[in-house]
Design a protein around this ligand. Structure first.
Ligand code: ZN
Ligand code: ZN
Length: 361
Protein backbone atom coordinates (compact mmCIF):
# COMPACT_ATOMS: atom_id res chain seq x y z
CA UNK A 1 0.00 0.00 0.00
CA UNK A 2 1.27 3.46 -0.91
CA UNK A 3 0.70 6.15 1.69
CA UNK A 4 1.80 9.74 2.00
CA UNK A 5 3.69 10.45 5.19
CA UNK A 6 5.80 13.11 6.85
CA UNK A 7 9.08 11.52 7.92
CA UNK A 8 11.24 12.88 10.71
CA UNK A 9 14.84 12.60 9.52
CA UNK A 10 16.83 14.77 11.92
CA UNK A 11 16.38 17.64 14.34
CA UNK A 12 18.33 19.82 11.88
CA UNK A 13 15.87 19.56 9.01
CA UNK A 14 12.17 19.88 8.19
CA UNK A 15 9.95 16.82 8.03
CA UNK A 16 10.11 15.16 4.61
CA UNK A 17 6.72 14.52 3.01
CA UNK A 18 6.98 11.56 0.63
CA UNK A 19 5.35 8.39 -0.67
CA UNK A 20 5.87 5.43 1.62
CA UNK A 21 5.17 1.77 1.06
CA UNK A 22 3.59 -0.24 3.82
CA UNK A 23 2.35 -3.77 4.39
CA UNK A 24 -1.38 -3.13 4.85
CA UNK A 25 -2.26 -6.58 6.19
CA UNK A 26 -2.94 -6.51 9.91
CA UNK A 27 -1.56 -9.44 11.87
CA UNK A 28 -3.37 -11.12 14.77
CA UNK A 29 -4.78 -8.49 17.11
CA UNK A 30 -3.98 -5.69 14.68
CA UNK A 31 -6.06 -3.15 12.79
CA UNK A 32 -5.41 -1.11 9.65
CA UNK A 33 -6.65 2.43 10.22
CA UNK A 34 -6.91 5.14 7.58
CA UNK A 35 -6.46 8.45 9.32
CA UNK A 36 -8.82 11.26 8.45
CA UNK A 37 -7.04 13.91 10.49
CA UNK A 38 -4.07 14.47 12.78
CA UNK A 39 -3.43 17.32 15.17
CA UNK A 40 -0.01 18.88 15.58
CA UNK A 41 0.98 18.71 19.25
CA UNK A 42 3.77 20.40 21.19
CA UNK A 43 5.08 16.98 22.18
CA UNK A 44 5.82 16.26 18.51
CA UNK A 45 7.81 19.48 18.36
CA UNK A 46 9.73 18.54 21.51
CA UNK A 47 10.62 15.18 19.95
CA UNK A 48 11.64 16.82 16.67
CA UNK A 49 14.03 19.07 18.58
CA UNK A 50 15.85 16.17 20.26
CA UNK A 51 19.12 15.40 18.46
CA UNK A 52 19.11 11.75 19.65
CA UNK A 53 15.67 11.09 18.13
CA UNK A 54 15.90 8.33 15.47
CA UNK A 55 14.22 8.76 12.06
CA UNK A 56 10.54 7.86 12.09
CA UNK A 57 6.98 8.99 11.67
CA UNK A 58 5.63 11.13 14.46
CA UNK A 59 2.11 12.26 15.25
CA UNK A 60 0.02 10.93 18.12
CA UNK A 61 -3.27 12.85 17.91
CA UNK A 62 -5.35 11.20 15.23
CA UNK A 63 -8.72 9.89 14.23
CA UNK A 64 -9.84 7.80 11.31
CA UNK A 65 -11.71 4.78 10.03
CA UNK A 66 -10.92 1.08 10.28
CA UNK A 67 -10.03 -0.35 6.86
CA UNK A 68 -9.09 -3.93 7.82
CA UNK A 69 -8.86 -6.10 10.92
CA UNK A 70 -6.64 -9.10 11.64
CA UNK A 71 -7.47 -12.33 13.43
CA UNK A 72 -8.41 -12.20 17.10
CA UNK A 73 -9.60 -8.61 16.98
CA UNK A 74 -12.72 -8.09 19.08
CA UNK A 75 -15.10 -5.18 19.18
CA UNK A 76 -13.70 -3.28 16.19
CA UNK A 77 -14.92 -3.78 12.64
CA UNK A 78 -14.18 -2.42 9.20
CA UNK A 79 -15.86 0.95 8.80
CA UNK A 80 -15.78 1.83 12.51
CA UNK A 81 -14.63 5.30 13.45
CA UNK A 82 -11.76 5.31 15.92
CA UNK A 83 -9.66 7.73 17.93
CA UNK A 84 -6.06 6.66 18.50
CA UNK A 85 -4.68 6.52 22.04
CA UNK A 86 -0.95 6.69 22.72
CA UNK A 87 -1.36 4.89 26.04
CA UNK A 88 -2.49 1.36 25.28
CA UNK A 89 -3.87 -0.78 28.06
CA UNK A 90 -3.95 -4.55 28.31
CA UNK A 91 -7.01 -4.63 30.56
CA UNK A 92 -5.67 -7.35 32.85
CA UNK A 93 -2.56 -6.04 34.64
CA UNK A 94 -2.43 -4.71 38.22
CA UNK A 95 -3.04 -1.09 37.20
CA UNK A 96 -5.64 -1.81 34.52
CA UNK A 97 -7.66 -3.85 37.01
CA UNK A 98 -7.65 -0.86 39.34
CA UNK A 99 -8.97 1.55 36.74
CA UNK A 100 -5.58 3.14 36.16
CA UNK A 101 -5.15 2.14 32.54
CA UNK A 102 -2.85 5.10 31.85
CA UNK A 103 -0.26 3.20 33.90
CA UNK A 104 -0.76 -0.19 32.21
CA UNK A 105 2.29 -2.33 32.94
CA UNK A 106 2.35 -3.74 29.40
CA UNK A 107 1.40 -0.54 27.59
CA UNK A 108 5.00 0.30 26.73
CA UNK A 109 5.54 -3.14 25.22
CA UNK A 110 2.36 -2.88 23.16
CA UNK A 111 3.47 0.51 21.87
CA UNK A 112 6.98 -0.85 21.22
CA UNK A 113 5.51 -3.54 18.97
CA UNK A 114 3.73 -0.88 16.98
CA UNK A 115 7.04 0.93 16.53
CA UNK A 116 8.66 -1.68 14.30
CA UNK A 117 9.63 -0.59 10.79
CA UNK A 118 6.32 -0.79 8.95
CA UNK A 119 7.00 1.82 6.32
CA UNK A 120 9.55 1.77 3.52
CA UNK A 121 10.86 5.10 2.26
CA UNK A 122 11.59 5.74 -1.45
CA UNK A 123 15.30 5.15 -0.75
CA UNK A 124 14.51 1.68 0.64
CA UNK A 125 15.13 2.43 4.31
CA UNK A 126 12.50 1.31 6.80
CA UNK A 127 11.05 3.61 9.39
CA UNK A 128 9.09 2.75 12.50
CA UNK A 129 6.06 4.25 14.02
CA UNK A 130 4.14 4.79 17.18
CA UNK A 131 0.67 5.90 16.18
CA UNK A 132 2.23 7.56 13.10
CA UNK A 133 -0.64 9.94 12.61
CA UNK A 134 1.60 11.96 10.28
CA UNK A 135 0.98 9.23 7.71
CA UNK A 136 -2.29 8.49 5.95
CA UNK A 137 -2.59 5.00 7.39
CA UNK A 138 -1.16 2.77 10.10
CA UNK A 139 -1.39 -0.83 11.26
CA UNK A 140 -1.77 -0.85 15.02
CA UNK A 141 -2.51 -3.25 17.87
CA UNK A 142 -6.19 -2.83 18.63
CA UNK A 143 -5.38 -1.65 22.17
CA UNK A 144 -4.24 1.62 20.58
CA UNK A 145 -7.66 2.40 19.15
CA UNK A 146 -10.90 3.45 20.81
CA UNK A 147 -14.07 2.90 18.78
CA UNK A 148 -16.37 5.92 18.83
CA UNK A 149 -19.98 6.34 17.71
CA UNK A 150 -20.39 9.92 16.61
CA UNK A 151 -20.91 12.19 13.64
CA UNK A 152 -18.43 14.81 14.86
CA UNK A 153 -16.00 16.07 12.19
CA UNK A 154 -12.83 13.99 12.08
CA UNK A 155 -10.56 16.99 12.74
CA UNK A 156 -12.37 17.58 16.02
CA UNK A 157 -12.18 13.91 16.97
CA UNK A 158 -8.44 13.94 16.39
CA UNK A 159 -7.99 16.45 19.21
CA UNK A 160 -9.60 14.01 21.63
CA UNK A 161 -6.58 11.74 21.12
CA UNK A 162 -4.22 14.01 23.03
CA UNK A 163 -4.88 17.67 23.80
CA UNK A 164 -8.50 17.56 24.85
CA UNK A 165 -8.15 14.45 27.00
CA UNK A 166 -4.97 15.77 28.61
CA UNK A 167 -6.46 19.18 29.42
CA UNK A 168 -10.06 18.40 30.29
CA UNK A 169 -8.98 15.21 32.08
CA UNK A 170 -6.51 17.11 34.25
CA UNK A 171 -9.41 19.23 35.51
CA UNK A 172 -12.09 16.56 35.74
CA UNK A 173 -10.07 13.53 36.83
CA UNK A 174 -6.81 14.73 38.38
CA UNK A 175 -7.85 17.96 40.10
CA UNK A 176 -11.50 16.94 40.42
CA UNK A 177 -12.62 20.54 40.30
CA UNK A 178 -15.89 21.11 42.19
CA UNK A 179 -18.83 23.43 41.35
CA UNK A 180 -18.37 27.01 42.49
CA UNK A 181 -14.60 26.78 42.76
CA UNK A 182 -11.82 28.90 41.30
CA UNK A 183 -9.29 27.59 38.77
CA UNK A 184 -6.22 29.12 37.16
CA UNK A 185 -4.72 27.66 33.99
CA UNK A 186 -1.24 28.70 32.91
CA UNK A 187 -0.79 28.11 29.18
CA UNK A 188 -3.64 28.40 26.69
CA UNK A 189 -2.67 26.21 23.76
CA UNK A 190 -4.76 23.16 22.90
CA UNK A 191 -4.35 21.48 26.29
CA UNK A 192 -4.95 24.73 28.19
CA UNK A 193 -8.11 25.56 26.22
CA UNK A 194 -9.42 22.08 26.95
CA UNK A 195 -8.65 22.66 30.63
CA UNK A 196 -10.57 25.94 30.55
CA UNK A 197 -13.55 24.10 29.12
CA UNK A 198 -13.17 21.28 31.61
CA UNK A 199 -13.30 23.83 34.42
CA UNK A 200 -16.47 25.33 32.96
CA UNK A 201 -18.05 21.88 32.61
CA UNK A 202 -17.09 21.12 36.24
CA UNK A 203 -18.96 24.23 37.35
CA UNK A 204 -16.04 26.43 38.36
CA UNK A 205 -17.24 30.02 38.73
CA UNK A 206 -13.84 31.72 38.52
CA UNK A 207 -11.64 30.55 35.65
CA UNK A 208 -8.43 32.50 35.14
CA UNK A 209 -6.58 31.94 31.88
CA UNK A 210 -2.89 32.93 31.81
CA UNK A 211 -0.82 33.21 28.64
CA UNK A 212 1.69 35.51 26.96
CA UNK A 213 -0.38 35.71 23.75
CA UNK A 214 -3.49 37.92 23.81
CA UNK A 215 -5.26 36.06 20.98
CA UNK A 216 -5.11 32.82 23.01
CA UNK A 217 -6.65 34.62 25.99
CA UNK A 218 -9.42 35.92 23.71
CA UNK A 219 -10.28 32.35 22.72
CA UNK A 220 -10.08 31.19 26.35
CA UNK A 221 -12.64 33.86 27.26
CA UNK A 222 -14.94 32.54 24.53
CA UNK A 223 -14.51 29.01 25.87
CA UNK A 224 -15.40 29.84 29.44
CA UNK A 225 -12.60 31.74 31.15
CA UNK A 226 -13.89 34.54 33.38
CA UNK A 227 -10.56 36.36 33.52
CA UNK A 228 -7.57 36.61 31.19
CA UNK A 229 -4.12 37.49 32.48
CA UNK A 230 -1.54 38.52 29.91
CA UNK A 231 1.70 37.29 31.44
CA UNK A 232 5.06 38.77 30.64
CA UNK A 233 3.68 42.29 30.30
CA UNK A 234 2.35 44.51 33.01
CA UNK A 235 0.82 41.91 35.28
CA UNK A 236 2.62 39.38 37.42
CA UNK A 237 0.33 36.34 37.08
CA UNK A 238 0.60 35.46 40.76
CA UNK A 239 -0.37 38.96 41.86
CA UNK A 240 -3.15 39.08 39.28
CA UNK A 241 -4.64 35.78 40.44
CA UNK A 242 -4.41 36.81 44.09
CA UNK A 243 -6.18 40.06 43.28
CA UNK A 244 -9.01 38.16 41.57
CA UNK A 245 -9.38 35.81 44.56
CA UNK A 246 -9.45 38.33 47.45
CA UNK A 247 -5.77 37.72 48.13
CA UNK A 248 -6.19 34.02 48.91
CA UNK A 249 -5.31 32.35 45.63
CA UNK A 250 -7.28 29.86 43.56
CA UNK A 251 -8.62 26.50 44.68
CA UNK A 252 -6.87 24.79 41.76
CA UNK A 253 -3.98 25.90 39.56
CA UNK A 254 -2.87 23.94 36.49
CA UNK A 255 0.50 24.38 34.77
CA UNK A 256 0.15 23.31 31.16
CA UNK A 257 3.36 24.62 29.61
CA UNK A 258 6.09 22.50 31.17
CA UNK A 259 8.43 25.08 32.71
CA UNK A 260 9.73 25.08 36.26
CA UNK A 261 9.19 28.84 36.57
CA UNK A 262 5.52 28.64 35.63
CA UNK A 263 5.01 25.60 37.86
CA UNK A 264 6.39 27.68 40.73
CA UNK A 265 3.90 30.39 39.77
CA UNK A 266 1.06 27.87 39.78
CA UNK A 267 2.10 26.79 43.25
CA UNK A 268 2.31 30.40 44.45
CA UNK A 269 -1.14 31.35 43.11
CA UNK A 270 -2.89 28.43 44.82
CA UNK A 271 -4.70 29.02 48.09
CA UNK A 272 -3.97 27.23 51.34
CA UNK A 273 -5.24 23.64 51.07
CA UNK A 274 -5.55 24.17 47.31
CA UNK A 275 -4.43 21.79 44.58
CA UNK A 276 -1.58 22.40 42.13
CA UNK A 277 -1.58 20.20 39.02
CA UNK A 278 1.50 19.73 36.83
CA UNK A 279 0.31 18.91 33.29
CA UNK A 280 2.91 20.31 30.88
CA UNK A 281 5.78 17.94 30.14
CA UNK A 282 9.15 19.64 29.93
CA UNK A 283 10.32 20.83 33.32
CA UNK A 284 12.82 18.39 34.82
CA UNK A 285 12.50 19.92 38.26
CA UNK A 286 11.41 22.92 40.21
CA UNK A 287 12.10 24.17 43.69
CA UNK A 288 9.31 23.13 46.04
CA UNK A 289 9.04 25.23 49.22
CA UNK A 290 8.43 22.25 51.48
CA UNK A 291 7.96 24.19 54.69
CA UNK A 292 5.35 26.36 52.99
CA UNK A 293 3.67 23.29 51.58
CA UNK A 294 3.37 21.75 55.03
CA UNK A 295 2.12 24.92 56.67
CA UNK A 296 -0.33 25.71 53.86
CA UNK A 297 -1.35 22.09 53.25
CA UNK A 298 -1.19 22.63 49.50
CA UNK A 299 -1.22 19.51 47.36
CA UNK A 300 0.89 18.99 44.25
CA UNK A 301 -0.36 16.43 41.72
CA UNK A 302 0.98 15.17 38.44
CA UNK A 303 -1.47 14.53 35.62
CA UNK A 304 -0.61 12.12 32.82
CA UNK A 305 -3.06 11.90 29.89
CA UNK A 306 -5.64 13.60 32.09
CA UNK A 307 -5.61 10.63 34.50
CA UNK A 308 -7.97 9.18 31.90
CA UNK A 309 -9.34 5.72 31.18
CA UNK A 310 -9.51 6.35 27.45
CA UNK A 311 -12.06 3.62 26.71
CA UNK A 312 -14.64 5.58 28.68
CA UNK A 313 -13.11 9.06 28.64
CA UNK A 314 -13.03 9.48 24.84
CA UNK A 315 -16.78 8.68 24.56
CA UNK A 316 -17.55 10.97 27.52
CA UNK A 317 -15.67 13.90 25.96
CA UNK A 318 -17.44 13.23 22.65
CA UNK A 319 -20.77 13.46 24.47
CA UNK A 320 -19.73 16.78 25.98
CA UNK A 321 -18.92 17.98 22.47
CA UNK A 322 -22.18 16.68 20.99
CA UNK A 323 -24.20 18.34 23.74
CA UNK A 324 -22.49 21.67 23.08
CA UNK A 325 -20.63 21.80 26.39
CA UNK A 326 -17.23 21.22 24.82
CA UNK A 327 -16.40 23.42 21.84
CA UNK A 328 -13.85 21.58 19.74
CA UNK A 329 -14.43 23.68 16.64
CA UNK A 330 -12.93 26.80 18.21
CA UNK A 331 -9.82 24.82 19.10
CA UNK A 332 -9.08 23.97 15.47
CA UNK A 333 -7.30 27.10 14.31
CA UNK A 334 -6.14 25.85 10.94
CA UNK A 335 -6.65 22.93 8.61
CA UNK A 336 -3.54 21.87 6.69
CA UNK A 337 -2.66 19.55 3.87
CA UNK A 338 0.10 17.11 4.84
CA UNK A 339 2.44 19.05 2.54
CA UNK A 340 1.99 22.09 4.81
CA UNK A 341 3.02 20.30 8.00
CA UNK A 342 6.30 22.18 8.42
CA UNK A 343 4.49 25.50 8.19
CA UNK A 344 2.10 24.18 10.83
CA UNK A 345 5.00 23.64 13.23
CA UNK A 346 6.36 27.07 12.40
CA UNK A 347 2.99 28.59 13.34
CA UNK A 348 2.99 26.59 16.57
CA UNK A 349 6.43 27.92 17.52
CA UNK A 350 5.28 31.45 16.72
CA UNK A 351 2.26 31.05 19.03
CA UNK A 352 -0.15 31.79 16.18
CA UNK A 353 -2.49 28.85 16.67
CA UNK A 354 -4.35 26.79 19.25
CA UNK A 355 -4.21 23.67 17.09
CA UNK A 356 -3.33 23.05 13.47
CA UNK A 357 -4.88 19.89 12.12
CA UNK A 358 -3.80 17.94 9.06
CA UNK A 359 -6.70 16.79 6.94
CA UNK A 360 -6.16 13.67 4.86
CA UNK A 361 -9.32 14.49 2.95
ZN1 ZN B 1 0.16 15.49 22.34
ZN1 ZN C 1 -2.56 -3.22 31.71
Amino acid sequence: LKVRGAVFVSSETDLVVEDLTMDPDPGPGEVLVRYGASGLCHSDLHMMERPEMPPGILGHEGSGTVAAVGDNVAGIEVGDRVVASFVPSCGVCWHCLRGETQHCEWGGGIMGGAAEGRYTRPDGTKVGMGLATFAEAAVLPQQLLVKVNTELPVEQLALIGCGVTTGAGAVLNTARVTPGSSVAIIGCGGVGQAAVQGARIAGATTIVAVDTVQSKLDIAMKLGATHGVLAGSDADPVDAVREITSGRGVDYALEVIGHGATLAQAYAMTRKRGVVVAVGLGAESFELPVRDMIMSEKQLRGSFYGSSQVATEFPRLIQFAESGQLDLGLMVSRMLALEEINDGFRAMKAGEVIRSVISYG
